[in-house]
Design a protein around this ligand. Structure first.
Ligand code: ADP
Ligand code: MG
Length: 328
């Protein structure tokens, strides 16, 4: 394990930003710290980087107890949402900076910078100033700069958070490919579940200063440990005593199934190849909100479903369900 975090606690006054966090982040993998804003992700990352200290607990990096090491002794590289670039230096100089302060020989610096700019696809921009780059290009430069000193661990705190949706998506594909090339142990903070699911080998879900679950994207999606993880990783709806994903609700147009919930389609919306339904359950079942259902368009067509249709709902066989919390 590359990074071992044990019993980490961080308080601000009486408030626990991290509450006894234990987690192992594997060597060579890309791990996402995922959770809602204010959950403690950045606090954890800053403590791993050595930019902040914990009240209690330990951090070890590649078998070395790093708890008391200053950031520059931890051999970590980091990139934040708003990266502090050197505005008066060219792109190449920005990337070279860390190597130059380490007194790396000139020829070696030149070679490394060339390699890195190629890696992040910025070779043709080497002599530009950062202000002449797009937001996405600037973050790629920041990554090249962080990688220049060959860190053991790369820490990224919402590195694409300030960019628009399309660029974010491109950069996340690019980051995945970059990671497959360089294999540096990477910890990536995001509050965006889709981003985490697409990019990460492993996801650590953090909420209110605690780890809710650790697992691969598929594990979290298919076997959420609790209601929070289930709701955070995808859309959830309630059907009687359980909560489940809208695409896991089975729809019938006859009352065949004994335990089925009868209701009426009150909304039907076509979105691309999907049809999204809202079903109001019959009054004896219908104290809760309408049930959301997602069907493929061809399935909806074969059932001949439209607004006002009478339907019977069940949880599909193999559906992931968690008990619905009882309203009080
Ligand atoms: P995240 O990155 O998951 O959005 P943070 O780790 O930044 O969350 O913050 C976790 C909690 O700790 C938040 O409630 C935040 O307000 C609080 N917090 C973070 N830094 C400080 C600080 N320097 N002083 C007081 N509270 C802080
Ligand atoms: Mg944060």
């Amino acid at each position: 394990m590359s990074i071992e975090v044990s019993n980490l606690t961080k308080k601000y006054g009486d408030f626990y930003a991290l509450d006894d966090v234990n987690v192992s982040l594997p060597t060579g993998q890309l791990t996402a710290l995922l959770g809602p804003s204010g959950g403690g992700k950045s606090t954890l990352l800053r403590i791993i980087a050595g930019l902040d200290t914990a009240d209690h607990g330990n951090v070890s990096i590649e078998g070395v107890d790093a708890t008391k090491l200053p950031p520059q002794k931890r051999n970590v590289g980091f990139v934040f949402q708003h990266y502090a670039v050197f505005k008066h230096m060219t792109v190449a100089k920005n990337v070279a900076f860390g190597l130059e302060i380490r007194k790396t020989p000139k020829a070696e610096v030149k070679r490394r910078v060339g390699e890195l700019l190629e890696l992040v696809h910025l070779s043709q921009f080497a002599d530009r100033m950062p202000s002449q780059l797009s937001g996405g290009q600037r973050q790629r430069m920041a990554l090249a700069r962080a990688l220049a000193v060959e860190p053991t661990v790369l820490l990224l705190d919402e590195p694409f958070g300030a960019l628009d949706a399309k660029v974010r998506k491109e950069l996340r594909d690019w980051l995945r490919r970059l990671h497959d090339e360089v294999h540096v142990t990477t910890v990536f903070v995001t509050h965006d579940q889709e981003e985490a699911m697409e990019v990460a080998d492993e996801i650590v879900v953090i909420n209110q200063g605690r780890v809710e679950q650790v697992g691969s994207p598929d594990q979290l999606y298919d076997e959420p440990a609790n209601d929070f993880v289930m709701g955070f990783l995808g859309e959830v709806t309630r059907l009687g005593p359980v909560r489940l994903r809208p695409h896991d609700v089975e729809v019938a147009v006859t009352p065949g199934h004994a335990g089925a919930f009868p209701g009426t389609v009150t909304r039907a919306l076509r979105v691309g190849f999907e049809v999204r339904l809202q079903v109001e359950l019959d009054p004896e079942f219908g104290s809760s909100d309408p049930v959301s259902v997602v069907l493929s368009r061809s399935h909806a067509r074969s059932l001949d479903i439209e607004l006002g249709s009478k339907v019977w709902l069940t949880a599909a066989i193999g559906a992931v369900t968690v008990p619905a919390m009882v309203a009080v």
